[in-house]
Design a protein around this ligand. Structure first.
Ligand code: GLC
Length: 435
């Protein structure tokens, strides 16, 4: 089996859609100090159970969430079905530690997949292979477990095989009971907890049998720290279909040892937390997020932008405001993102290029003094349009450009040889139809 060929076939839609919503939601939304609160504050299971008893997301409205995602130009979503704290947002028959046993009394994942599919988005599930609730997951001495240095657990024996049966069983439930799943986002491997420690080959074989078209990330053997064997010319069977750089955009995009492009998706928070944080108001501007989406696409990558809904099931106001601004820009300029990737031209100093066959998109972040010059397009342009409103842009050659014959020039006002403001301060996109 040619794993790379199979992977490229499966990810074709993913590399066209480019932009997705990550949703981190669960019991940790109550303490509101991020999704690692249980281990950061070394809470025991018993202490953390207070949130299970309390969880009552009275405003959870996945239909609204789906509309927000769709209106923001997102084409797919990935929602936490189980995070490291082990709490299941779905009606698993393998545990009582699940949303249907809380005051919510709802299968939150079922409602999510139904709502997002109704809006025409592809649905992904994030599933943590780490589990700080399950008795058979290693506690004492583990690198991340909340009880990692609690002497009480020093001599406790864990039946890891039994944990793997549980974990594989839940993945089977998610791949069986929730219709067509488009993305399985496992998280994450570390130290010796990687690859066949998870029985990854057996797990992937089961997943592929149940969901043959699903795409899978690389974290059955990797994490945000490293991309794993997907980067080599001999990837493991469980290397995954895409790399998942976290809170960073790869400087050069991602290629394997042979220089072949590797599908990749940068996952980025809006503030600095995945799970809801009541204190973290350090939200990125819409301008920054839009420009980072453009950067990802210009490097053949995707952007998975995170929201962390609060304990009541509401998307934070700050996130809604950002998504509204993205909505406006994407409605006008989405053609320069969807079905686009790395262009034939090198990165210009004033922004980025993206390209979709004979359509080249110039993403102009910084205005120019006088007309804006683009090298390498001489004699290659059929027409140029301001993408946001479709208005014609003439290729010009005012007197102050005479020395630069291997450039084409455009400008956004008259007289053509002088300096004019960019139509869109966030990112002015010019569509060049190439001959
Ligand atoms: C890291 C964090 C996890 C988060 C994930 C998102 O793995 O441990 O909390 O869900 O990044 O990529």
């Amino acid at each position: 089996m040619d794993l790379v060929k199979e992977r490229n076939k499966r990810t074709a839609w993913f590399l066209k859609d480019r932009f997705g919503m990550f949703i981190h939601w669960g019991l940790y939304s109550i303490p509101a100090r991020g999704e690692w609160v249980m281990t950061n504050e070394k809470m025991s299971k018993e202490e953390y159970m207070q949130y299970f008893e309390e969880f009552d997301p009275i405003f959870y409205d996945p239909k609204y969430w789906a509309k927000v995602a769709k209106n923001s130009g997102m084409k797919y979503a990935v929602m936490t079905a189980k995070h490291h704290d082990g709490f299941c947002l779905f009606d698993s028959k393998l545990t009582d530690y699940k949303s249907t046993n809380t005051k919510a009394r709802r299968d939150l994942i079922k409602e999510y997949v139904d709502a997002f599919r109704t809006e025409g988005l592809k649905v992904g599930l994030y599933y943590s292979i780490i589990d700080w609730h399950h008795d058979d997951f290693p506690h004492y001495g583990d690198r991340h477990h909340p009880m990692r240095d609690n002497e009480k657990y020093k001599d406790v024996k864990h039946n890891f095989e039994r944990y793997l049966e549980y974990m594989h069983g839940q993945v089977r439930e998610l791949c069986t009971n929730y219709g067509k799943i488009d993305i399985l986002w496992f998280d994450f491997s570390y130290d010796d907890m990687t690859g066949e420690k998870w029985k990854a080959t057996k797990l992937i074989n089961m997943v592929r049998e149940l969901q043959p078209d699903v795409i899978i990330d690389n974290r059955l053997e990797a994490s945000g720290e490293n991309s794993g064997s997907i980067m080599t010319n001999n990837p493991n069977f469980y290397a995954g279909d895409f790399a998942s750089p976290e809170q960073i955009i790869p400087p050069e995009g991602i290629v394997d040892e042979n220089g072949n492009p590797v599908p990749w998706e940068a996952c980025i928070t809006m503030n600095n937390h995945w799970g809801y944080s009541s204190e973290d108001k350090n939200f990125k501007s819409p301008k920054m997020i839009i420009r980072k989406l453009v950067e990802c696409v210009s490097k053949n990558g995707n952007l998975l932008l995170n929201i962390g809904p609060n304990a009541k099931g509401e998307i934070p106001e700050e996130s809604l405001r950002i998504l509204e601004a993205i909505d406006k820009w994407m409605k006008q300029n989405g053609n320069s993102i969807y079905n686009c990737g790395k262009s034939m031209l090198p990165k210009p100093e004033w922004g980025y290029f993206t390209q979709n066959q004979n359509k080249l998109y110039a993403h102009i972040f910084d205005g120019s003094i006088g007309p804006l010059g683009i090298q390498g397009l001489n004699g290659k342009v059929k027409k140029a349009r301001l993408l946001s409103d479709g208005s014609e842009l003439k290729l010009i050659k005012p007197w102050n450009t005479m020395d630069y014959n291997d450039y084409i020039f455009i400008n956004f006002g008259k007289p053509e040889h002088l300096t004019h403001p960019l139509p869109d301060d966030i990112d002015t996109v010019v569509e060049f139809e190439l001959l």
